[in-house]
Design a binder for this molecule. Structure first.
Ligand SMILES: [Zn+2]
Ligand SMILES: [Zn+2]
Length: 282
């Protein structure tokens, strides 16, 4: 893909990712990726210099809010990060994206139904958004990965008033502080029919003039740019006119609106421009 804002490697995430960070970056460069953001789960410092735009950040967790809030602000103040991805992978302290059994366990704590689990997830998600104001919002509806109807084909979110009201509130919040909502192709890799987030969520966010970006959420070279042709189709189906991405201001210069990341700028390309990118011709 021309841009990706979310990536892991086996070097820093050995339990479930492959390859060295350098191999992952070289693959992205080889594919003609114009912007590629590193978001390992562990803090690290900037030590790679490439001609293409590589931004160094991390992917946050949100498990026990009181602990995570301190950890994240500590990381941000100690290392020269350029962005981060705000994600929620746990509900009631239980991972929701690992397997169906663990998801069910979390759902049971919520009262046993997907509707209740989704309500609790989007409540927690809002807490994360308010505490962190992440520049990139990762896989917004990750909660559906192991639910009864992961593509939400029969039960649209709007059928669940408590869930939909929270979804809208969270999207409004993101659009107000200017976060980028990530279209994440990792969902397709995991067998879902649609990327994160669903069409319903994209449309609501677009109606608020929300800004959308792209991510492959790769966990190794085999997944760099994976399913990007599918996601390109999805972008067109959703009527998305512009794709946003992060870019670094030249060294020594600032201009970013987020005081935590003064060199990080939000840029935009029209779909007409994106279509012309070298990436699609390889
Ligand atoms: Zn994640
Ligand atoms: Zn990730």
């Amino acid at each position: 893909m021309p841009f990706s804002h979310h990536s892991h490697s086996g070097e820093f995430c050995p339990s479930h990712a492959q390859n060295t960070l350098d191999q992952v970056i070289q693959t992205a460069v080889g594919q003609g990726m114009e912007v590629f953001c590193l978001s390992e789960h562990m803090p690290r410092s900037e030590d790679e210099l490439y001609e293409e735009e590589i931004l160094v950040g991390f992917e946050s967790e949100w498990i026990q809010s009181s602990i995570l809030r301190g950890l994240i602000s500590d990381s941000l103040s100690r290392y020269p990060f350029e962005f981060f991805v705000g994600s929620v992978h746990h509900l009631h302290g239980i991972p929701i994206d690992w397997n169906r059994a663990l998801y069910s366990k979390a759902r049971d704590v919520s009262g046993g139904t997907d509707e209740r689990a989704f309500e609790d997830y989007f409540h927690l998600h809002y807490e994360m958004l308010q505490s962190l104001k992440p520049p990139i919002v990762g896989h917004f509806d990750l909660i559906r990965l192991h639910c009864d109807d992961p593509n939400l084909s029969s039960g649209r979110l709007q059928k669940w008033p408590g869930v939909w009201q929270r979804v809208k509130r969270n999207l409004k919040y993101i659009s107000t502080y200017g976060g980028l909502l990530e279209l994440n192709s990792g969902a397709l890799r995991k067998g879902l029919e649609i990327p994160y987030p669903t069409a319903e969520i994209c449309q609501e966010f677009l109606s608020m003039d929300g800004r959308i970006c792209l991510s492959d959420d790769n966990h190794g070279v085999a997944q760099v740019g994976a399913k990007y042709h599918e996601i390109f189709k999805y972008v067109q189906e959703q009527g998305i006119q512009n794709l946003y991405f992060l870019e670094l201001a030249p060294a020594g210069m600032t201009g970013g609106l987020d005081p935590r990341f003064p060199r990080t700028l939000v840029k935009c390309r029209s779909m007409a421009e994106v279509k012309e990118m070298e990436f699609w011709k390889r």
